[in-house]
Design a protein around this ligand. Structure first.
Ligand SMILES: [Zn+2]
Ligand SMILES: [Zn+2]
Length: 137
């Protein structure tokens, strides 16, 4: 059982989140969009139901075409540009929260890797992840 609280925020602290439970899933995504959005090799993410999350502070949103149609929304802090979570607040029933924003990064225990097909050779994933060519069905 996880007794520590999942909470975190952006670099400057203006955009914060806290969850009242552990995430439903944790993984890393190596898709091109995550790479470009983060300026890194992948984005580590955690999935929470919207009802479990309290998000406070200003957000700036960026929308891009999603793989399965529609748009994918990423929310960053307008002051420091820290990328914090995905999805439309108040509309989506679940959100991905980017694990780099965790106050205690040791809470992140990924089990899956998405978009193996886009993973650069220099991204060496942790052992034991279930790898998906793109997304799970
Ligand atoms: Zn900030
Ligand atoms: Zn991605």
């Amino acid at each position: 059982m996880i007794t520590k609280t999942f909470k975190g925020g952006c670099l400057c602290g203006a955009l914060r989140w806290e969850a009242d439970r552990a995430p439903d899933y944790m993984g890393v995504c190596c898709c091109v969009d995550c790479r470009k959005a983060s300026g890194s090799g992948f984005i580590p993410f955690m999935g929470f139901p919207a009802a479990a999350l309290t998000i406070t502070g200003p957000t700036r949103q960026y929308r891009s075409p999603a793989l399965r149609g529609g748009e994918a929304t990423r929310n960053a802090c307008p002051t420091c540009d820290g990328l914090v979570f995905g999805g439309e607040l108040g509309l989506d029933d679940s959100h991905t929260v980017y694990a780099g924003s965790l106050d205690d990064p040791a809470l992140f225990k990924p089990t899956m890797l998405l978009f193996e097909r886009d993973r650069p050779d220099w991204v060496i994933p942790p052992e034991g992840l279930e790898r998906f060519k793109t997304m799970p069905d």
